[in-house]
Design a protein around this ligand. Sequence first.
Ligand code: NAD
Length: 500
Amino acid sequence: MSGAATLGQETIDVEGVLVDTRHWIDGRRVRSRTTFADLSPIDEAVLGHISAGGTAEVDAAVAAARRAFPAWRALSADERAHALERVADGIDARADELARVETRDNGSLLRSHRRSVMPRVGHNFRFFAQQVRTLMHPDREIRGHRERITYNPSGVTAVITPWNAPLMLATWRIGPALASGNTVVFKPPEWAPLTASLLADITSDAGLPPGVLNIVQGLGPDAGAALAGHRGIRRLSFTGSVPTAGKVAAAAAPNIVPLSLELGGKSPLVIFDDADFELAVSLAVEQFDNAGQVCLGAFRILVQDTLYNRFIEAVVDRARQLRQGDPRDESTDVSALVSRQHFQRVSGFVERARAEGASVVLGGGPNTELGGLYFRPTILTNVSPDSEIVTEEVFGPVLTVQTFGTEEQAIEMANDTRFGLAATLLTGEPERAERVSAALDAGTVWVNCFFVRDLGAPFGGNGHSGIGREGGVWSFDYYSDIKNTVFSPTGWNSEQKGSR
Ligand code: NAD
């Protein structure tokens, strides 16, 4: 069944792609009486009115996922892997459509969606399909007994994700959850829900059985809260902001549901004066990617005082050359912010920083030539270490630059944050790289590079940046109920020595 071709009035046309506006529950499209408007960041046009779920839809989706669980978990790892590879094939075949719809929906660059994001979406299924085939612990002998460790599916997994890379972030959780043998209920972000609906079509076309993946659209406090607090779920993967994570964790707590939380950051970019200068400038300017709406972004630049003047001059000069505009245009470097509400939030941070005495050396406000939700790439200096602009996540195209004198100061300033998602260190000295990288408190540390990500590596944050690690075998640790079975050498009938 191809969702788009059969759906009639519930379907909207987005960049030439037909998208169903209803939920996907138990292998069927389901409509809600209430809807929410989905706007494009590019021009604030209404793209469609999307079914807005609540308790009833979440109940139906969790029930469907629970019904589908026994048969899905009973498949061999290889059978599940084949099913996920068919999904990956479907994603690859429709990658350009997904890219066009996602760009219209969340305003991120079309060229990035085409070149890196959508290929990664397919890879999210293919990689974990391959992993589950080889997932095993060898049996261990312990005091003459044999110990067998198995990864058992844990049940229904709830997935709740944000809008800044909607399909990539969702499938990076859905892929390993399904590979593990769990069934899934997914709540996509209300500011960019459309590619989730296309994923439903793709999984249906790939023959994923009804109920294995369910999608309930809606607002966070309605659909999201109902899902997080549902008694029928056994895992909860949440990606989003710290305040929402607190609510989600509180909702899940009475049901003793294990959480995986991937949250915000305020990551440092630490630049020593022995670093490759060109690299330092280009990595600083790279932070304006996706208009700064990147959890891993290194928005807190710490530069050695001896390098400061030369660095600021070069970064401002380079950032001025960035082209801001429509994300569908191949030559655009920086696009719009996702929504009016988010635009006002980012503006508020910059206005308050300015009022507190920060110097604006680049940008500092809306791009008045473009209007709408386009906020200029902004660089602030003269910021105090305990100010809001230095300590809080802005999630927009806003960098602060501070200086340090010694290595000790650099480490202290880099770690002076309640977050701990990532840190980037630039130095030409290998011994310094060893010392400082070891001292940095973050889930991922990049040395003389940035954003090098591999699905086999553990990913997650310290402190307020999250709980848990996913990626590679760590994903299976989380999505599975890991079991230890101990076989005694004695007590067996005849010569059988237990089931080897
Ligand atoms: P958000 O917390 O507002 O929303 C995230 C999701 O939670 C959305 O789907 C939303 O509908 C839902 N939600 C809202 N209220 C809820 C509730 N009461 N119960 C259950 N669900 C609810 O975050 P956002 O603004 O959409 O995304 C930006 C944040 O996400 C930033 O903080 C960013 O750093 C973070 N993020 C983290 C990572 C990571 O991997 N660490 C990746 C991307 C984004």
